[in-house]
Design a protein around this ligand. Structure first.
Ligand code: PGA
Ligand code: ZN
Length: 412
């Protein structure tokens, strides 16, 4: 059968120019799976640790010392590969071997298995016979941990072509809003440099409300009605603003502070005013009750956990019990191995939590997450709009549109 014949790693750079690890898994000496691990800037407190001692070289050394343990395993046996990693690690958060290593080894093995079986990766990861495209959700304007001083405190304003019937139209629509937004920003501020944040969203000198208004205007200029052809989303990434000692959210760029109650009102007013389809981490990562208030109030909006749920099945169970969210981000490297992430996805699906498969702000040009989004029946795929490492994921969706098992767009 198809067995792993070699496994090797190397140090490369991600889109932010930081060192990361890439892993090559070969099946039967010829079928290569190659995966380079991404990394976040606004990292959740309870995410898997990317590298031991923050050092990719340590993960690489561990892989080299233990490569024999993977040789001879069935490359499609995700559980067996995961178990080897867990035995090597022995911690709950991959702090010994690095979550980035677990990410790269497990996805590279599945990709190698897919090549050996001559099937696309998404089919190896799911036994379903029919698939829908997740709606691309893309960052059009950003600030927070992804851009410098003067930009909004809010991390991401996102666009989603909720009225699109095809993946081609959904991608094209997102791109058109991104382009129009640049024109609106240039008109508003002739000194706008066209600077962009880590994920390709524009990074203008604007405070939060104005940034939202201008994003809405770009949509309207194109003849779109918010909530119809297109909808806006926001990743508040509120843990960035949260000051634990003061028990306040500090919006230092805009110059105000929110108490816990004010933060809920602040998020609620933005959700209402801009008819958001999507609101991520509207309160900080441990505010399960506050998230539950928003979830109860806005059943039609995807009230989404990212830092809140960190692709961790046990934390998701807590969020489900407290009704903290109706949607959750799936970032494989938050979990560590792909096996962990798929367990999280199963738990979410069983409990009607909608999934949004997501990139990280520091990315590679790989595109396996487009397949992971399909296989996990994600409603959205949050992968940005422009920049080679973002477009790579969108282009993979376009390639996959030639596949006859994928029928149309997901129902949000
Ligand atoms: P990160 O940001 O990859 O920097 O964590 C993405 C997000 O918060 O969704
Ligand atoms: Zn986020």
């Amino acid at each position: 059968m198809a067995k792993i014949s070699s496994i090797e790693g190397r140090i490369l750079y991600n889109s932010r120019g930081s060192k990361t690890i890439e892993v090559d898994v070969k099946t039967d000496n010829k079928f290569l799976g190659r995966v380079c691990a991404p990394s976040g800037a606004s990292v959740g407190k309870y995410e898997a640790v990317s590298f031991p001692n923050n050092n990719p070289e340590d993960s690489l050394r561990i892989l080299k010392e233990n490569s024999q343990k993977f040789i001879g395993l069935e490359s499609s046996d995700l559980k067996a590969i995961h178990d080897v990693l867990k035995t090597l690690d022995g911690t709950t958060n991959y702090s010994k071997i690095g979550g980035a290593l677990a990410f790269a080894v497990t996805i590279a093995a599945m990709e190698s298995a897919a090549r050996a079986l001559d099937k696309p990766l998404f089919q190896i990861l799911s036994s379903e016979q029919s698939f829908n495209f997740p709606f691309p959700l893309g960052n059009v304007l950003g600030g927070g941990a992804h851009a410098g001083p003067g930009t909004p405190d809010i991390q991401e304003i996102l666009i989603c072509a909720t009225g699109s019937k095809t993946i081609e139209d959904a991608i094209e629509t997102n791109l058109s809003v991104h382009k129009e937004l640049r024109r609106v920003l240039e008109k508003e501020d002739p000194s706008f440099t066209n600077g962009r944040g880590d994920e390709g969203g524009w990074a203008p000198k604007l405070e939060n409300q104005k940034a939202l208004e201008i994003s809405a205007k770009a949509c309207e200029n194109l003849g779109f009605t918010l909530g119809k052809e297109v909808s806006l989303g926001v990743d508040f990434a509120s843990s960035t603003q949260w000051n634990e000692e003061k028990s306040k959210y500090e919006y230092s760029r805009a110059g105000f502070e929110n108490s816990t109650g004010e933060q809920i009102e602040f998020a609620a007013s933005i959700i209402e005013k801009f008819k958001l389809i999507y609101a991520e981490d509207a309160v900080h990562e441990e505010a399960f009750e506050d998230m539950a208030e928003l979830t109860a109030k806005f059943p039609k909006t995807l009230i989404t956990g990212d830092d809140l749920t960190v692709t961790n099945k046990e934390i998701l169970k807590k969020a489900i019990e407290k009704k903290s969210c109706n949607a959750a981000i799936l970032k494989v490297n938050q979990a560590g191995s792909l096996f962990d992430a798929l367990e999280f996805a199963d738990e979410a699906t069983k409990n009607n939590i909608k999934l949004i498969t997501s990139h990280r702000s520091g990315e590679s040009t790989d595109s396996q997450i487009s397949h992971i989004g399909l296989a996990t029946k994600s409603k959205m795929l949050k992968v940005g709009i422009v920049g080679g490492e973002r477009v790579a994921k969108l282009n993979e969706l376009l390639r996959l549109s030639e596949h006859d098992l994928i029928r149309g767009m997901a129902e949000i």
